[in-house]
Design a protein around this ligand. Structure first.
Ligand SMILES: Cc1cc2nc3c(=O)[nH]c(=O)nc-3n(C[C@H](O)[C@H](O)[C@H](O)COP(=O)(O)O)c2cc1C
Length: 500
């Protein structure tokens, strides 16, 4: 398996899944190209010759946006279809999670090729993109430069020693200050609360350029609570991830990372205007005052590469495919673990950015089976956060084909008895105006009494649509009028241009 981002990119180039883009501007052009390509499930993009920056100072995006690139990111053979990929991810995950391999400390690594401390820190030396055309602060008038989008924020639980990686975005506020936008419920936020309760600043290391495995583990709830992301990454690699002790914080940082920042997060640190930013629900969101982190040191390789993963209007959203495939695999496994029989497939739909709309296919075995599967899918750990719709269909439906499962909604469900509404579910803290998550300013409260001033999530709700044929009528289900597979194959031999 690749040792670092550069070997990963070489592998992608070999299989025709890397496109080198020369001369795209850091202000909007890189972000727009990345999002448009993501919506087409396209190849990885490596941006070089970025105006105003030395050649070699690069940005990579889209390195897990289709079955081929995502499989390579996980050290698997490239896959032709999402179905194959999800099936393999879900079986391999069970092995990986049961055979964790702890990281190994090494004395140094390529990330230490360039070291800038204190006054030498200047984040503007990196070609940080403005990812979306309207990322501009109405307060300061400044363009929003988000250095950490596929960022891995490394923190440690001060009581147990558990090390976590989380993607919590980092806007460049000044030459040595970044934002650290950890939403309520995130592991990094739990660590922060413990450090601050002890009256101590939280040591933080932030990798903003790294191989895709680091990004996947930081950005998705793959490792369960209390399990270090590094240990599961080691299991996937079949050997320990090599880390070096952060010179300032002592935190384990990937030895082969491209760019790492270090500092200490304090409750009383200077505040800046953060955002607005094009968010994963597709709106330009936010714009509020946020606490900053003082970056006391920057380490980077020669010719460093920023890992970018700009959100956007799904499916033109860079994190979409990563989240859809993992959500599908983890929710399917959770249904199995909960003892729900006959689940044949799960999909976290791309237009809902994997979380908002889940589709579950089952081979029905008893009355109530569909409601049971839908309720558990929407409330298990991998499915609950911001889920709004869960659709349960029979196993003859292709859940990767939106027209097919929507056909089941149209012709197998009846609104007066196929829909359940579940209230006060795990909502979002994302301040997205309009109907998202039922957001409204009066509900979006800051917990003034808490010492960490945590911003609470807004309660969500879930609509379960049972689009299965009622169990008691299964035997009477009519045949569909669609041409069957054998007829299609025969027709394809005679008239390939019409059928394929
Ligand atoms: C590209 C990308 C960007 C993300 N940005 C943020 C963010 O800015 N803040 C946040 O709290 N979560 C963000 N998330 C979601 C978390 O990273 C995700 O829930 C992850 O599992 C958090 O790690 P944790 O479970 O260890 O806390 C993002 C995820 C991805 C893939």
């Amino acid at each position: 398996m690749y040792k670092d981002l550069r070997e990963n990119l070489a592998e992608l180039e070999r299989i025709g899944q890397l496109k080198l883009v020369q001369g795209a501007h850091w202000d909007t052009e890189i972000g727009a190209l990345a999002n448009i390509t993501a919506g087409k499930f396209g190849p990885a993009l490596l941006f070089d010759n970025i105006p105003g920056y030395p050649k070699g100072y690069r940005v990579v995006t889209n390195n897990f946006n289709n079955p081929k690139t995502m499989a390579v990111a996980l050290g698997l053979e490239p896959k032709e279809t999402t179905r194959e990929l999800v099936q393999e991810m879900r079986t391999r995950y069970k092995e990986w999670i049961s055979h964790p391999i702890a990281p190994r400390f090494v004395s140094s690594g390529p990330v230490m090729e360039n070291v800038h401390r204190g006054e030498e820190v200047d984040l503007y030396e990196l070609p940080t993109p403005v990812w979306h055309h309207n990322d501009v602060s109405p307060v300061t008038g400044e363009r929003v430069r988000m250095l950490g989008t596929m960022t891995a924020v490394i923190t440690q639980d001060p009581e147990t020693g558990w090390v976590n990686l989380g993607t919590y975005r980092n806007q460049v506020f000044s030459r040595n200050r970044v934002g650290l936008d950890m939403r309520d419920g995130r592991h990094g936020a739990m660590h922060r609360d413990k450090w601050w309760k002890q009256g101590k600043p939280m040591p933080v290391a932030i990798s903003v350029g790294h191989d895709p495995l680091v990004g996947i583990f930081a950005g998705m709830e793959v490792a369960p609570h209390g399990v270090s992301d590094y240990d599961v990454m080691g299991a996937i690699r079949g050997e320990p991830v090599e880390v070096i002790k952060g010179p300032l914080t002592g935190l384990p940082i990937p030895a082969t990372a491209e760019i790492v920042l270090e500092g200490f997060y304090r409750p009383d640190d200077e505040r800046f205007e953060e955002g607005p930013f094009g968010e994963w629900a597709g709106y330009t969101d936010g714009g509020s005052t946020k606490r900053s982190l003082l970056v006391e040191a920057v380490y980077h390789r020669n010719d460093p590469i920023i890992s970018g993963c700009p959100p956007g209007k799904p499916p033109r959203c860079n994190e979409m495919y990563l989240l859809c495939t993992w959500r599908a695999a983890l929710v399917h496994n959770a249904l199995e673990a909960a003892g729900v029989p006959g689940v044949t497939a799960v999909w976290g739909h791309e237009t809902g950015n994997s979380r908002v709309l889940l589709i579950v296919a089952i081979k029905q075995q008893y009355i109530g089976h569909a409601r049971q599967a839908g309720l558990i899918a929407s409330q298990c750990a991998a499915g609950a956060y911001t889920n709004k719709y869960v659709v349960v269909v029979d196993d003859d439906i292709d859940i990767y084909d939106t027209n097919d499962w929507l056909w089941a909604v149209c012709f197998r469900s009846m609104p007066d008895d196929s829909i359940e509404i579940i209230r006060r579910t795990y909502g979002s803290g994302a301040a997205i105006k309009g109907r998202f998550g039922g957001w409204s300013p009066s509900l979006h409260k800051v917990h003034a009494a808490s010492e960490t001033q945590r911003t609470l999530n807004v309660p969500g709700s879930v609509c379960l649509i049972d689009a299965t044929v009622p169990f008691e009528y299964l035997n009477e289900k009519p045949e569909t009028a669609d041409p069957p597979a054998e007829l299609r194959a025969a027709l394809a031999r005679k008239w390939p241009d019409l059928v394929e």
